[in-house]
Design a protein around this ligand. Structure first.
Ligand SMILES: C[S@@+](CC[C@H](N)C(=O)[O-])C[C@H]1O[C@@H](n2cnc3c(N)ncnc32)[C@H](O)[C@@H]1O
Length: 242
């Protein structure tokens, strides 16, 4: 059984991309492909949501995970999920924090998970500064990108009332904030600037090998990984260059 089939509470504790096939394939790209990073690691999970990737990291061998999440109700959900699965209290912490306005992470870490977040902010340099402050050897990134090779960050407005979206202590007007979706070229350049080599996961091969169909439409229960299939979303591993 896959990780999320074994922990099927995550199919209900959030409606954000919680379709079983999407979570299973993301688990492959984010956790299984990078299994060597997690053994004994101290992990920082940014935008930790309901704790889905924090628990996956512990399950993959991490020693401890710290989740940072802006929405207090999601921190409560993550704590409830960890209590439900009987995780030892000294193996995790979930902290309420706004990643738009912090430059210093709460300590040193071996692995940073930045999943589903870097396109919900326009303060990218603060985010990379924060990640670099951990001295982590590995950074796993996953999120929406602007297709194409140009060095572009496409700016869009986001409604903060949706739990999937960005939220910020400053810059929110009429319930909307500005966020930026980088191309993969920009993501790679930002990582290199802060000291990491970057390799992108090959979603096209995974979807072909697994026989997963997808189309251009917005991801949904019937098109759960369309965004990865058409190149609107990417996953990458950053390795610190010493
Ligand atoms: C699309 S969800 C990603 C959830 C999960 N990490 C994943 O990849 O499946 C985006 C998450 O970012 C959180 N978030 C949005 N703005 C934030 C901020 N300024 N600081 C910290 N977390 C934020 C949201 O509350 C939400 O949990």
């Amino acid at each position: 059984m896959s990780f999320f089939e074994q922990h099927d509470r995550f199919f209900q504790s959030s409606i954000v991309g919680a379709w079983p096939l999407r979570l299973a394939l993301r688990h492959h790209a984010i956790i299984e492909t990078n299994a060597h990073c997690f053994a004994g690691a101290r992990v920082l999970d940014l935008a930790s949501h309901d704790g889905r990737w924090s628990l996956a990291a512990l399950n993959a061998g991490a020693a401890h995970v710290t989740g940072v999440e802006a929405r207090p109700d999601l921190v409560a959900t993550a704590n409830a999920n960890f209590e439900h699965y009987g995780v030892a209290r000294d193996r995790y912490d979930f902290i309420v924090g706004d990643l738009n306005h912090q430059l210093q992470a709460p300590g040193a870490f071996d692995v940073v998970l930045c999943l589903g977040y870097f396109y919900h902010t326009l303060n990218h340099l603060a985010l990379w500064q924060y990640i670099a402050s951990t001295n982590a050897q590995h950074v796993v990134l996953d999120g929406e990108v602007t297709p194409g090779e140009d060095m572009i960050i496409r700016v869009v407005t986001e409604d903060i009332s949706a739990h999937a979206n960005g939220i910020s202590a400053a810059g929110v007007l009429n319930g909307q904030m500005l966020v930026g979706r980088p191309t993969t070229s920009v993501l790679g350049a930002m990582l290199r600037h802060f000291g990491y080599d970057c390799t992108f996961f090959d979603w096209a091969t995974l979807l072909r090998e697994r026989g997963v169909a997808f189309d251009q439409s917005t991801q949904s229960a019937t098109n759960p990984v369309g965004d990865y299939g058409v190149g609107r979303r990417a996953t990458a591993l950053g390795v610190r260059v010493d």
